[in-house]
Ligand binder design. Structure first.
Ligand code: CP
Length: 315
């Protein structure tokens, strides 16, 4: 595996099974990464992604170094052919080849600006790293997708659902206090569609339609109550508008998931990628109740990352 930036780079079932094997026996390939290094570059904050990736690398015997590029590094330029007489100090064409010499694998987190859809959805930052680094690249979340999160989400659904039928999975928009990227929702839709082992419904208020490139195949429902009926899994997430790019169109608090809203589900398990705004996106009673599997989901980030890094090491 040379890159891991979307579902298109993955054999999902192989990675899920590999991850579940690492969950049982974390150190079974503990010498495969010895004398190798992964560089984890963050242009934005993180807790789960950073720590789970480092633990995964360590389980495989790799050394991991974290560089908070956004806070500690030189301001990077990503556009080709620009006259660099502004605020950026170093071009990615010069920085990425150096990083490629220091590390065997590079892992990168970038975020969208939420100002210009075309720019964000071009994934220029990630593409420029891949183009100039000359080593395998893992996305730790990009402007449009969060593939390690989505792999962990499918691992969690796989181990939580043992019935001999397809689960009904609902991705439910939730209110938030500020505009958030679409990447977790895009990514979940892309991976669930590619996995093709569920009945998948996305519910949100009108105006929050995601990019059809990622949602294709999913049923879209503007009634949350209708969508939740019979759900086995409810994935709660806020995102800002894709159509009116980056805008918060409606912050209707009635979309917050509560125990009352869970009643018509099939004892639905509740998922969220975290961090979560309590009593805005999800009520305390849901997060602290028996249906919440958010901690399991976050814990599975280690096994998702380990399966991906191992695949890059050829294990
Ligand atoms: N879910 C997730 O990516 O969490 P962090 O932002 O803490 O890495």
């Amino acid at each position: 595996m040379k890159q891991f930036i979307s579902a298109a780079d993955a054999d999902i079932e192989v990675l899920v099974q590999k991850a579940l094997e690492y969950k049982i026996d974390p150190f079974k390939h503990s010498s495969s990464g010895v004398h190798k290094r992964i560089g984890c570059l963050f242009l934005n904050p993180s807790m789960r992604t950073r720590l789970s990736t480092q633990i995964a690398a360590q389980n495989l015997g790799m050394e991991s170094l974290v560089f908070n590029v956004g806070q500690e590094g030189w301001a990077l330029e990503f556009e080709e052919g620009v006259i660099m007489n502004g605020s950026s100090i170093e071009h990615i064409k010069d920085a990425a080849p150096v990083l490629g010499k220091y590390f065997d694998i590079l892992a990168i987190r970038t975020f969208p600006s939420l100002k210009n859809r075309e720019d964000d959805y071009s994934e220029l930052f990630l593409k420029q790293f891949i183009k100039y680094a000359s080593v395998p690249v893992i996305s730790l979340e990009s402007a449009t997708l969060h593939p390690l999160q989505s792999l962990a989400d499918i691992i969690t659904i796989t181990e939580s659902f043992k019935e001999d039928r397809k689960p009904k999975i609902v991705l439910s928009w939730a209110p938030h206090v500020k505009p958030l990227p679409q990447c977790v929702a895009n990514s979940f839709a892309q991976w669930i569609n590619a996995w093709d082992k569920s009945d998948f419904i996305i519910t949100h208020p009108e105006g929050y339609e995601l990019d059809e490139h990622f949602t294709q195949g999913a049923t879209i429902c503007y009634s949350q109550d209708e969508a939740l009926a019979g759900a086995d899994f409810v994935y709660v997430k806020n995102w800002s508008s894709y159509r009116e790019y980056g805008q918060v169109l409606n912050n209707n608090s009635s979309w917050m998931l509560t125990n009352e809203k869970l009643k018509p589900t099939n004892n639905g398990k509740v998922m969220h990628c975290l961090p979560v705004r309590r009593n805005v996106e999800l009520s305390d009673e849901v997060l602290d109740g028996p249906n919440s599997i958010v901690t399991l989901q976050a814990a599975n980030r280690v096994w998702a990352a380990q399966a991906v890094i191992a695949s890059m090491l050829g294990v």
